[in-house]
Design a protein around this ligand. Sequence first.
Ligand code: 13P
Length: 261
Amino acid sequence: MAVRTPFIAGNWKMNLDHLQAVAFVQKLHWTLKEAGHEVGSVEVGLFPPFTDIRTVQTLLDADKIPFSLGGQDLSMKDSGAYTGEISGAFLKKLDCGYVIIGHSERRDYHAETDEVVSAKVQAALRHGLTPVICVGETAADLEEFGASAVPVGQLRVALEGVPSAADIVVAYEPVWAIGSGQAATPEQAQDVCAKLREVIVDVLGADAGERTRVLYGGSVKSGNIASYMREPDVDGALVGGASLVVDEFAAIVRYQKHVGV
Ligand code: 13P
């Protein structure tokens, strides 16, 4: 029996302002409802820009829309003189359940090291948020070290000091597959996700390995999602570009209706 509820998460990155967000969320909800989507069979997560979160939270609450909400980043600090930073406490107050940490765009454009990622994981847990810990290798890493060495190393650092009972999500996002249209094969995704699960078991124990969801991200589309979800260690997807198109994202959420799953 599946103990892990599949998780389809849309990382909007720096797209959709708060007005566009309202239209998007309403249309997505309506599209899934019209299609007879069974709420609860798949958890749907939305990760809008910070400036949208209050608006989306209000809409989800008012219209009883069963989507989970999360931030795309948070500060490693709790409060204080840190201009431009967002505390996990603020996200929690807005009913966010999740926060993405260590996305490759943060690691690359904002020089976030494994140690920064680890501090942010601790900050998320302090505020009762489930960190969605992103790991993945670049094309150069892939050539030099193979697929799993870098993500495995990144995850080991991110999990330092995490209690065994903590709720976490891990997302394997090969950098070469993000926004490139060159998705990993299901076998590649499975292979690395299985190795990441081994790290979870090793660091946090067998229970954590059993219940923790490991997602694949990188050029996920409605046409390839089912092939990933067939893999035993892939529990969902972190979707970028395709999460911005209602019909496409709804089709990804409804992957169970695609042939062969
Ligand atoms: P794409 O789906 O656009 O490749 O982006 C993946 C991603 O970075 C999600 O966090």
